[in-house]
Design a protein around this ligand. Structure first.
Ligand code: SF4
Length: 255
C-alpha cells in the first residue's frame, strides 16, 4: 500500500502521517494547517538552525559513548541524576530520524479513531535504573539576552516544547514502552556575558551554561486536538483565520 502523507487524500484508507510539527501548526492556526495539508500550498522555507543542530550532534555523541558502556554521564552525576543512563535499544537510531517517522520500526503510533499516524524524531531516551521506566529527552539550545537568568520553561514560546514532550511520551507509551510521565530538557545556553576570551589563535570558543529541566507531561489536549484535526482535514473549505494570529487581526472568513 502507498503511504498516505503530504497532501491529504480523503479517499485513502491508509493512516495519514502527521509529524509533531504539523500538529503544532494546527494548534497555532487551523487555517494555515488546512492550506498546507489539504490545499497543498507550499510555505516559504526557512534556513536551518545550524548551531542548534551542532549542539544536538555533540550532545548525542557524548551520550552515545555512555550508551555503549551502559553508564551515566558525569554531567548527570554532578546534578544528582546518576540513576539515569542513556538507553540501549535496537531501534534507538530509527527513533531519532524524524524524516522517516512513518516507516515501519520508526517513532510513531496510529490513532485508530482518526486513522492518523502521529510521529516524529526524539533526541534521546534515558533508562531510570530506580524505576525501570524510560524518560524522553529533548535537547534545546539558546543564548539568553539577560545576564544571570536561570533557564525555565515558563515563557509563551516554550508551550510548544512542552506539547512536543507531551506528544512524544504519549506516542512512546502507545508503542508499548514503560515510559515515565517526566521528560527532560537539556538546555545549552550560549553565554554572551562570559569574561573568558572568545577568539583564540586558531579557533573561537563559545561557552555554554548547561541546565537539565524535568517536565511533567500532560495528555489532556492530545485526543481533542486529533479529533479537531480530523474534522478540519475533512472540511470542504478553509477554516477562518485565527483570532490570535501574530500577523494581524482577521475577523472575517478567509474565503
Ligand atoms: S494569516 Fe494568521 S490566521 Fe491567517 S492563516 Fe496565516 S497564521 Fe493563520
Amino acid at each position: 500500500m502507498v503511504r498516505h502523507r503530504g497532501v491529504y487524500r480523503a479517499d485513502s484508507l491508509e493512516p495519514y502521517e502527521l509529524s509533531r510539527s504539523r500538529i503544532e501548526n494546527f494548534v497555532r492556526c487551523p487555517a494555515c494547517f488546512y492550506m498546507q495539508q489539504v490545499e497543498g500550498i507550499k510555505f516559504p522555507s526557512i534556513p536551518g538552525y545550524n548551531i542548534n543542530e551542532a549542539t544536538d550532534i555533540l550532545l548525542k555523541r557524548d551520550f552515545d559513548k555512555c550508551r555503549e558502556l551502559g553508564v551515566t554521564h558525569s554531567f548527570l552525576r554532578a546534578r544528582g541524576y546518576d540513576h539515569l543512563v542513556p538507553l540501549r535499544h535496537a531501534k534507538i537510531k530509527k527513533w531519532t530520524q524524524s524524516l522517516h517517522f512513518g516507516a515501519d520500526g520508526y517513532f510513531h503510533t496510529v490513532h485508530q479513531p482518526t486513522n492518523l499516524k502521529i510521529g516524529g524524531g526524539i533526541d534521546d531516551v534515558w533508562l531510570n535504573s530506580d524505576s525501570g521506566q524510560v524518560h524522553i529527552v529533548d535537547y534545546k539550545s539558546t543564548s539568553q539576552k539577560s545576564p544571570g537568568r536561570e533557564i525555565s520553561l515558563e515563557d509563551k514560546w516554550k508551550a510548544s516544547y512542552k506539547r512536543q514532550m507531551d506528544l512524544y511520551v504519549w506516542i512512546m507509551q502507545r508503542m508499548g514502552l514503560k515510559v515515565s510521565e517526566i521528560g527532560y530538557f537539556i538546555y545549552c545556553d550560549g553565554d554572551r556575558f562570559t569574561d573568558k576570551p572568545f577568539l583564540g589563535k586558531d579557533v573561537a570558543n563559545m561557552y555554554f551554561k548547561m541546565s537539565i529541566l524535568p517536565y511533567c507531561t500532560t495528555q489532556q489536549w492530545i485526543e481533542p486536538t486529533l479529533l479537531g484535526i480530523k474534522n478540519v482535514l475533512g472540511a470542504s473549505s478553509r477554516p477562518n483565520h485565527s483570532e490570535s494570529c501574530e500577523y494581524g487581526s482577521f475577523l472575517v472568513s478567509s474565503r
